[in-house]
Write a protein that binds this ligand. Structure first.
Ligand code: ATP
Length: 306
């Protein structure tokens, strides 16, 4: 019973949450339920991902709807304050103080997170810096670190105090493939025993580390389920051929010179197993116009979607 209560308290629930910026609707009646583990948030530019993460991180207040986060109501002052002590948030552009060393910055974050005992703060700073692999570089000024290392400083700041809920806004953006791999490993480890929500444009991130995926588009939830279920949406709809299919919802040339077409079987094409990216593209172009970016050519590529 106790563990059931604990697992219920770990959950994040949104019920018909709406956010507007003036006349622009960023989130429209968003209802979601998230449990422990890593959930990926996919969606094209402007879909509302950052707005959703900011709302959960208590950085902005919704105009409509209700939320329950770790059993707390962030729309009340007491709930919001209690929640802030239990969550970690890595914003898209964290704006790290470049003249601080990595260690001094994390120590400062420890003060903000109310770790008032100096020794405890020191232990925690060392722990989180070790967790992100920055022990050797902790004395270097942030401005002298590489982009990937700065991302790791941001992640270290987010995990100070061992938060139960971790909200990460595009944590793998700008990382080289090796660093991305390392980051994925880190995030997967952090997802064991806590709730992690991360937004990303990389369907590979979702495939590699998420147990659940949510697709947002125009402020609306278009899909929530497992990554395998997202891929299954495209089963029987992905074709490999020697030429681009004129009527395809999305089509692109692969590294081996063939074309991957989603939606319509071109002549002489063979059916292939769908990936998460195929499911995602099909979902977003399910209306069949195949030309969401409005350029008139109707042949979307994965890069268009991202
Ligand atoms: N401060 C703001 N003022 C006005 N409009 C905003 C503001 N922030 C976001 N928007 C608008 O709200 C919508 C959702 O934006 P949001 O940043 O949440 O999307 P996103 O999915 O995170 O996009 P991206 O992938 O480009 O980061 C967009 O139409 C955006 O232009």
């Amino acid at each position: 019973m106790e563990s059931e209560e604990r697992s219920a308290a770990q959950q994040v629930g949104l019920d018909r949450v709406g956010v507007r910026y003036g006349r622009r609707t960023a989130l429209r009646e968003v209802s979601l339920s998230l449990g422990r583990g890593v959930t990926g948030l996919l969606g094209p530019n402007g879909a509302g991902k950052t707005t959703l993460l900011r709302t959960l991180a208590t950085a902005s207040t919704p105009d409509t709807g209700t939320l329950s986060v770790l059993g707390l109501d962030p729309l009340t002052p007491t709930g919001r304050q209690a929640l802030r002590r239990r969550l970690g948030y890595l914003p898209q552009n964290p704006g790290l103080p470049s003249h601080f060393t990595a260690y001094d910055f994390i120590d400062y974050v420890g003060i903000l997170k109310e770790i008032s005992d100096r020794q405890a703060r020191r232990t925690e700073a060392r722990r989180v810096l070790a967790e992100v692999g920055l022990t050797a570089d902790r004395g270097r000024r942030i401005r002298k670190l590489s982009g990937g290392m700065r991302q790791r400083v941001g992640l270290a700041a987010a995990i100070v105090g061992d938060p139960e809920l971790l909200i990460l806004d595009e944590p793998t953006v700008g990382l080289d493939p090796e660093q991305r791999l390392r980051f994925r490993e880190l995030i997967a480890g952090l997802g064991e025993g806590r709730t992690v929500l991360l937004s990303t444009h990389q369907t590979e991130d979702v495939a590699a580390l998420c147990h659940k995926v949510v697709v947002l588009d125009h402020g609306t939830v278009r899909f929530q389920g497992t990554p395998a279920e997202l891929a299954l949406l495209a089963r029987g709809r992905v074709w490999s051929s020697g030429e681009r299919a004129p009527g395809a919802l999305a089509a692109w040339r692969t590294g081996v010179g063939t074309f991957r077409n989603i939606g319509v079987p071109p002549t002489g094409a063979s059916l292939v197993e769908p990936t998460i990216e195929d499911g995602y593209l099909l979902l977003l172009d399910g209306d069949g116009d195949g030309d969401r970016n409005g350029d008139g050519d109707g042949d979307r590529t994965p890069a268009d979607a991202a």
